[in-house]
Write a protein that binds this ligand. Structure first.
Ligand code: HMG
Ligand code: MG
Length: 308
């Protein structure tokens, strides 16, 4: 049965903005997080503690974490690729402490090397102490399984390769497994196949889908995932983003489009679509381009906005 309630994790401030070439002011990142919170998002991926040489846009991670309001009931996550990242995420104490950290591995060796500069096996050796220390510090740990439905360097990725990494992540104590279609080439039956592999190792409450919309398949993949019971998805306001190490990969599926679909199906998200659309309009104005979100553009147009 299709879930009656779905949790959306807005990853726009991290996955979206990490790919922006133009500098985005810390104050604008903070304002975006606040608008998402006001729109009813209860899970937000705020930033990443990665090397500033690799992803300069996220180098204000601690400032963003220090400046955001932390209302009760809202959970904030950050990416950490290694101990240095976790230590930095914890360095500011309670004021900047995330609720959850994300370790990110890839189902393909080639992407692992390009994105985090090590093999899959080395990444697990690197993540193991991070997961242990994060859990010891009382943080929840999520794993992102990149390239679960295709790799920009290897091409096809098999469900066996995905399940292999899922099992390795489970083995080091990760509590949640996010299945990511990094380059958006997945289609619905494939999405169901990898979700079913993840569900062999994690309970349904601890599996989520993260679909980039490069080939326009993300909504279909979400619907297919709902059909196998998945009820948590990463989405990105205004459809922001892409991964700097997956050339040509566009943003995550837009939060507005997913909310529009789910509400139309009678599925509760707790999100105020009108306020969300305004959040998408806000960050698009900051970036100087219209939202990628189709629903966002349509609803902003109805409010009188004109897009070129
Ligand atoms: P490396 O060069 O192999 O690391 O990079 P290293 O340990 O040899 O360190 C090299 C330098 O980086 C040193 O500085 C370290 O201090 C520094 P130097 O001595 O040269 O001045 N360094 C750090 N600085 C700050 N924070 C850190 C950190 N670690 C090392 N945490 C590393 C390895 C993993 C660090 C690098 O490859 C990296 O940062 N990669 C991140 C790439 C990234 O952020 N990609 C995008 C996010 S993943 C994504 O978008 C996919 C996802 O959305 C799911 C999907 O769609 O698939 C999650
Ligand atoms: Mg991503």
């Amino acid at each position: 049965m299709i879930p009656s309630r779905v949790t959306l994790v807005d990853v726009g401030p991290r996955d979206g903005l990490q790919n922006e070439k133009q500098p985005v002011a810390t104050a604008d990142k903070v304002a975006l997080v606040h608008r998402l919170q006001a729109a009813g998002l209860r899970e937000i991926e705020v930033t990443s503690y990665v090397s500033p040489k690799w992803v300069p846009q996220m180098s204000d991670n601690a400032q963003v974490m220090a400046a955001i309001a932390r209302p009760p009931g809202v959970r904030h996550s950050v990416l950490v690729p290694n101990m240095l990242g976790l230590d930095a995420a914890l360095a500011g104490g309670a004021a900047t402490r995330p609720d959850e950290v994300v370790v990110f591995g890839a189902a393909s060796q080639a992407f692992s090397r390009r994105n985090i500069n090590c093999s899959i096996e080395e990444s697990i050796d690197r993540f193991a102490p991070v997961v242990a220390a994060a859990r010891e510090a009382g943080l929840k740990v999520r794993a992102a399984i990149s390239c679960a439905l295709g790799c920009p360097y290897q091409g096809e990725v098999s469900p066996d390769e995905v399940e292999h990494l899922v099992k390795l992540m489970k083995g080091i104590g990760v509590q949640h497994c996010g299945i990511a279609d990094t380059i958006g080439t997945g289609t619905p039956r494939g999405a169901q196949a990898v979700m079913e592999r993840a569900l062999k190792h994690f309970p349904v409450d601890e599996v989520s889908g993260h679909f980039h919309d490069t080939y326009g398949q993300a909504l279909a993949n979400i619907l297919a995932s709902l059909e196998v019971g998945i009820h948590t998805f990463d989405t990105s306001v205004a459809g922001l983003g892409g991964c700097p190490y997956a050339k040509g990969a566009t943003g995550n599926v837009a939060t507005e489009d997913v909310v529009f679909m789910l509400h139309g199906m009678g599925i509760d998200t707790g999100i105020d679509l009108d306020a969300l659309v305004d959040a998408g309009g806000f960050i698009s104005d900051v970036l100087g381009r219209p939202p990628v979100s189709r629903a966002g553009r349509a609803l902003l147009t109805k409010k009188g906005r004109v897009f070129a």
